[in-house]
Structures are given as C-alpha cells and as structure tokens.
Design a protein around this ligand. Structure first.
Ligand code: HEC
Length: 167
C-alpha cells in the first residue's frame, strides 16, 4: 500500500517535471514553440546572436551572446528568455547562473530571466559540415504570463573555413 503510494507520488512528480521541461517558464524554455503559448507574430529583428563566426575552424571554441532587442518595457524583474539549438558541434554553458542545457537546448535560468543578454560557448564539430543555429526568444512584459510578450526568431547557417587546419 505504502509502496503504491510512493510510486504514485513519484510518477506524479516526474510527470510534473516533464511538463515543466517542455513548457515555457521563467526558469527555462527548452523548445522552439514559444508562439504556441505566447501570442503575437515573429519579429525577426527581436533576437540575434552576437559574435557568431561566418565560418568556423573545426573543434575551436567560440564565445557568443544571444541578445534580445526590444523597447517592450518590463514591469518586474522578469525581462526575457530564449532557447537555442544547433545542428552540429557542442553547446557549452559559459555562465551557469543565467543559462542551462536541457534536452540539447540552451535556455535561460530563473536568474537569466532577469536579463535580455546571455553569453554562451560553442565548440565547432570536427567534421566539416554546414551548421545551423536556431534561436527563439521572448521579450517579457514581466506580468509572469505568456500574454503581452514579444516573440522573435532567427536562424544562421555557417560554413567550415576553407583553410585547411593542421592536426
Ligand atoms: C506550453 C506553453 C508555453 C510555451 C511553448 C512557451 N511558454 Fe513562456 N510562458 C508560458 C507560461 C504559462 C508563462 C507564465 C508562467 C511563468 O512565468 O513561468 C510563460 C512565461 C514566460 C516568460 C515570462 C513572461 C513575463 O512576462 O513575465 C518568458 C520570458 C517566457 N515564458 C519565455 C518563453 C520562451 C523564450 C519560449 C520559447 C523558447 C516560451 N516561453 C515558450 C507558457 C509557454
């Protein structure tokens, strides 16, 4: 009887976790579906990746910044969030306080929600292939709801550098 209760409670907890991971929240939004809950249309110039190289050297580590640019004012400490996905290479957490990796997506943390800039790193793949970065972000109005926010999305395709690198 006790065991059944524990299993019930555990599965309840677990489903809660799964739901909160797949949903957008102030403490993370590991998905590319912001628009399914946050209303409005995509504003492409709302989000960009600063420091993204036009071509990359295999295995090299690059430091970049996701920047949300919006004049939407926030009425609280909740200012924005994002989710970033890359087709090859490895996303690295540079600042654990503000960013985290969940299911392969780089996304904001609760503390990162108080900002509209997030620094991260990426290690280029060893194989030479075109790499696509996709980022989706929300500029929050700070009412702790998915209403009245602004949504942006951008994708970048970068190529391996033509110069041969010595091993
Ligand atoms: C399944 C629905 C859903 C999806 C998908 C979703 N959100 Fe949300 N989002 C919510 C809800 C509900 C809230 C309010 C609760 C909260 O703040 O945790 C919210 C709140 C937020 C807030 C705080 C808003 C404010 O005004 O205070 C940010 C920032 C945010 N989401 C970012 C994102 C981003 C970025 C994405 C996509 C990568 C995303 N969300 C996808 C449902 C969603």
């Amino acid at each position: 009887m006790k065991k059944a209760l524990i299993i019930f409670l555990l599965s309840f907890l677990f489903s809660g976790l799964v739901i909160s991971y797949s949903y957008g929240h102030r403490n993370s939004s590991p998905n590319m579906e912001c628009l399914s809950c946050h209303e409005g249309e995509i504003i492409p110039e709302l989000v960009k990746i600063e420091g993204i190289p036009t071509s990359y050297v295999p295995r090299k580590i690059y430091t970049m910044t996701v920047v949300v640019n919006s004049d939407l004012e926030s009425m609280s400490e909740s200012k924005g969030g994002f989710s970033l996905e890359v087709s090859a290479g490895k996303l690295l957490v540079k600042d654990k306080k503000t960013t985290q990796l969940i299911n392969g997506f780089l996304t904001h943390t609760q503390e990162g929600n108080e900002s509209r800039r997030w620094v991260f790193q990426w290690q280029a793949p060893s194989e030479k292939t075109d790499v696509v970065f996709t980022v989706m972000a929300v500029a929050a109005n700070g009412d702790y709801s998915p209403a009245g926010d602004k949504v942006g999305a951008m994708s970048y395709s970068i190529k391996p550098s033509i110069k041969e690198v010595k091993k």
